[in-house]
Design a binder for this molecule. Sequence first.
Ligand code: DX5
Ligand code: ZN
Length: 224
Amino acid sequence: MIIAPSLLASNYTRFGAEAVRASRAKAEWLHLDIMDGHFVPNISFGPEVVRQIRPLVRNVFDVHLMCSNPEILLEPFANAGADWITIHAELGSKVEGLIWKIRSLGKKVGLAVNPPTPIQVAEKFLPKIDLLLVMTVNPGFGGQPFISEMLPKIQQAANWRRTTGLSYRIEVDGGINIDTARECARAGADTFVAGTALFSKRQMGAAVTSMRKATKAAAGKGGR
Ligand code: DX5
Ligand code: ZN
């Protein structure tokens, strides 16, 4: 199980210190929500923030591009220190080329599916991706309530992984706390993005550890 605190929910006056807090909390990844004010009605932060926090921590940088034209952002984020780069299936005909471009930059490839989008949209890309992100809120803002209707999509993603023998990670993002993380783990998720539920805690380490333990227990022996 991987816990990925989302910097979107951190104190924007202290990005570096907040990244270090996530690292000291023993989170494996740091989730970086990049919003362009067009694909989603919000703007977050850019490659320069990622570049400056890169040397401060050893966390895997999981960059989630909620952007309409990610093709112009792939190299800047790859150069800034991204390890995984996720784009949205809603970009339609652009997806194939974007996957190829991320791969050509030597980065892991993620594909995200928004709540209204059928998970079947992702099926043909499964052999080409390293991570399938099932959004559990409509993207744009942290602190939104978990959409439990997304659980069957997670189960479907897990079924495909089992029947195909592929090994992509199943990530969930939005409204994830210890309870909803447990539900998602039971459905087959193995990578948990949590912003508010983790950065709001004074004892972030305890919160990360509890979420990891709860998801491992919920997933049972098959947990990753
Ligand atoms: C999409 C963003 C958020 C963020 C975390 O809006 O991707 O989901 O990561 O949000 P919370 O605070 O709900 O964990
Ligand atoms: Zn995200």
